[in-house]
Ligand binder design. Structure first.
Ligand SMILES: Cc1cc2nc3c(=O)[nH]c(=O)nc-3n(C[C@H](O)[C@H](O)[C@H](O)COP(=O)(O)OP(=O)(O)OC[C@H]3O[C@@H](n4cnc5c(N)ncnc54)[C@H](O)[C@@H]3O)c2cc1C
Length: 328
């Protein structure tokens, strides 16, 4: 079995497939395993209450959401049984539950013993059995919309294109993404700055367009993913006083201005971490309409539509589901 992509979803599928007696080969376009997991805060979480998941992601597919919500705790226990050591035993958010891991340690653990071929992109002529785990099309969406890419540099929609060319179907939410508001260029944003430079105080900010129009929304979601979509290519966050994240933006060369009334204006840009729409799959991660093909992680779409839920949880649960289905 071929698995395209060595992020969380592809590695989990590979480890589970090996446990079940299969002999998977993982082909990875990039120069290292780990995908965006390696750059992440690595909190693998679900909403504590099912109703909150539905309310936060109202456009998501009910059956897919239930799969992630119901299987995540067992999936986390499986990770721990492999030797993954949580650095937090639970999230620090009262709305969610899950575990946080060290992303390097988790990548090393999952990559151990797996046959991974680096700098080996999915060949257009690849044939089933095949697991698509290429991380969605964030790179493409960011380029098309002039947004910052806050993710691994290789996930540009290759799995999606492969599946579509063979008749796969799309989910809702193809224009939606999970991302953060970041300092706008000319701020220097390196991979290690993705977490500390996120401008996560938007609910206290007024949002102004570049020509000064006030577009502050009436309310902001707890995760502020909605602001990343609202800000788009560029806008200003205006707040009464500075904070650590603004000072980090200033230190990175971002544009931070003290206005005549003493308020602070930060020039910001939306960034894309991963896409929310994607390939339509069933609850075994099988691509609808294609025999012997699974799409896992954020290659599969339609789970967080209309909001935001854990991409790592989606990668973990769908990776397991695909391997188990393939073994059956
Ligand atoms: C800064 C940051 C913080 C984050 N924090 C969190 C968090 O705390 N909690 C959470 O749940 N999520 C978080 N995320 C999101 C999370 O990392 C992703 O949702 C998750 O890693 C997606 O996993 P994936 O395996 O589906 O895709 P990816 O991790 O994107 O892996 C896809 C892999 O496929 C490879 N690939 C691409 N194209 C091809 C091809 N043609 N052939 C072969 N290989 C290919 C890529 O190089 C990559 O290695 C964060 C992300 C970032 C960047």
């Amino acid at each position: 079995m071929l698995i395209a992509g060595a992020g969380m979803a592809g590695l989990v599928a590979a480890v589970r497939a090996r446990e079940l007696g299969l002999d998977p080969v993982v082909i990875e376009k990039g120069t290292r395993p780990g995908g965006s997991m390696l750059l992440s805060s690595c909190v693998v979480w679900r909403h504590l209450e099912w109703e909150d998941f539905r309310a936060d992601c109202p456009g998501g597919d009910d059956a897919q959401q239930r799969l992630v919500w119901e299987r995540l705790d067992d999936a986390l226990a499986w990770l721990v049984s492999l030797g993954a050591e949580p650095v937090w035993e639970d999230t620090e958010n009262p709305r969610t539950t899950g575990k946080r891991f060290d992303p390097r340690a988790l990548t090393t653990l999952l990559a151990q013993g797996v046959d991974i071929r680096l700098e080996a992109p999915l060949p257009p002529r690849a044939e089933p059995p095949l697991v698509l785990a290429t991380g969605g099309f964030g790179g493409r969406l960011a380029r098309e919309r002039g947004l910052i890419l806050r993710a691994n540099p290789w996930s540009a929609g290759d799995g999606l294109d492969w599946a579509l060319s063979r008749g796969a179907r799309l989910t809702a939410g193809m224009g939606e993404f999970y991302g953060r508001v970041m300092p706008a260029r000319p701020a220097r944003i390196r991979e290690q700055d993705f977490v500390p430079l996120a401008q996560l105080y938007g609910r206290e900010a007024r949002v102004l367009t570049d020509d000064g129009r006030d577009i502050t929304p009436p309310s902001v979601a707890w995760h502020e993913n909605d602001l990343a979509q609202l800000v788009g290519r560029s806008a200003w966050f205006v707040v009464e006083r500075t904070n650590d994240r603004i000072e980090a933006a200033r230190a990175a060369g971002g544009t931070v201005v003290t206005r005549d009334d003493g308020s602070i204006a930060v020039h910001v840009s939306g960034s894309v971490t991963h896409t929310i729409g994607g390939i339509l799959v069933d609850t075994s991660a099988r691509v609808i309409g294609l025999d012997g093909v699974w799409a896992v992680g954020v290659d599969a779409g339609g789970i967080a539509t209309g909001g935001y839920s854990s991409g790592l949880a989606q990668a973990l649960v769908l990776g397991l589901a695909a391997a188990e289905d393939a073994a059956r």
